[in-house]
Design a protein around this ligand. Structure first.
Ligand code: AN7
Length: 354
């Protein structure tokens, strides 16, 4: 695959990377043709950082986030094992993805989400795809605790990233980056919430190198939101708080995986404030024409805040689509008032004479 590759004839990540995934020859694959997302050159960011910056836009996946890479694996394996129902806790994107892939596989789907802290687009998706949505009076971490217990009951399959097939699917993001760039980047910037994705990308880069498809590995640069930065602080955060609701997580399941990725790659796990996130979010849309959700912009906020070596190759993962969270988008701009439906009123607004 090259940077010019298109989605035409793309078979989805399982068929594309079958040799790297725990899939049997006769496994029936559940796919919505996820993956093959664009790697956009980022001229504005490249200029201000003196580097070669690319944006891996995971918002282009079927349900609008990177979660689809893991969900095609988790649902395929659940179906193979005969599961009738799946469950997840979610800050939103996992629930949207689980609902879509479960529907594709004719399985029931239950999602637990923190009431009041899930972006509107994600809630709409889970409901429209037909999941049973339970809003809990608590946060993501409390929802995940309940989901772990539901999984232990043996009645229902958990499709959070504690399900190992999720990470397996998500590691294909790293394969695509290498295939698209022709080599691994020097730095890989990524938002960190439950820490499954940084764990997955690091695994992907390592496996590609072992397989002889890459000669190097990037420094893994993970960024949490300052109000939800347990890994940076070194302790659980009981009341995580950030405008980036996708990463409003105080006790990440893959904590160890994130620490290992940062340490073994000579990278880091750091944090960015909501102000830095919103600044990056606005700049991405205005100067790079990429509309991502706030949590995704944490990767670019991290890049903007970090000194990197000149002429480095940098990939920032933009994990979800901007349309996921219309409320935050609208809150950041001034919505124009309605004007009369006349030529003269419009001409006046535009400063056009006569
Ligand atoms: C847009 O949907 O945890 O560090 O329940 O939706 O792998 O958790 C979402 C996480 C980054 C963080 N960007 O990834 C969920 C959920 C977006 C996200 C993350 C999430 P992880």
């Amino acid at each position: 695959m090259s940077a010019e590759s298109t989605r035409t004839n793309w078979p989805g990540i399982i068929e594309a990377y079958r040799d790297f995934l725990p899939i049997a020859d006769d496994t029936e694959v559940v796919t919505l043709y996820e993956g093959a997302t664009p790697l956009y050159p980022a001229p504005y960011l490249s200029e201000i950082k003196g580097a070669e910056v690319y944006l891996k836009f995971e918002g282009a996946n079927p349900t609008g986030s990177f979660k689809d890479r893991g969900m095609t694996m988790a649902i395929t394996k659940a179906k193979e094992a005969g599961a009738r129902a799946v469950v997840c806790a979610s800050t939103g994107n996992t629930s949207a993805s689980a609902a879509a892939y479960a529907a594709r596989a004719n399985m029931a789907c239950v999602v637990l989400i923190p009431a009041g802290y899930i972006a509107l687009g994600k809630l709409a998706q889970a409901l429209v795809y037909g999941a049973k949505v339970l809003q809990i009076k608590g946060n993501f971490d409390e929802a995940l605790e309940i989901v772990r217990k539901l999984g232990e009951s043996g009645e229902i399959t958990v499709v959070n990233s504690i399900n190992p097939y999720r990470i397996e699917g998500q590691k294909t993001g790293a394969f695509e980056v290498v295939d698209q760039l022709g080599a691994p980047p020097d730095y890989h910037f990524i938002p960190v919430g439950n820490a499954g994705n940084i764990t997955a990308y690091w695994r992907g880069y390592n496996e590609y190198q072992k397989a002889g498809r890459a000669n190097s590995k990037p420094k893994m640069m993970g960024f949490q939101a300052a109000g939800a930065a347990p890994i940076v602080l070194g302790h659980i955060v009981n009341n995580p708080d950030t405008i980036a609701t996708a990463i409003r997580i105080g006790n990440p399941a893959s904590w160890e995986g994130a620490l290992a990725a940062a340490k073994d790659s000579f990278g880091l796990i750091s944090s960015v404030t909501d102000e830095q996130i919103l600044d990056a979010y606005a700049k991405l849309a205005r100067y790079e024409s990429v509309f991502c959700e706030p949590a995704s912009a944490a990767s670019v906020a991290g890049l903007l805040a970090t000194d990197i070596e000149k002429d480095s190759k940098v990939v920032c993962v933009l994990t979800g689509h901007g349309l996921k969270d219309p409320d935050t988008a609208i809150s950041q701009i001034k919505v124009p008032e309605a004007v009369d439906a006349s030529y003269s009123a419009i001409a006046k607004e535009l400063g056009i004479e006569g």
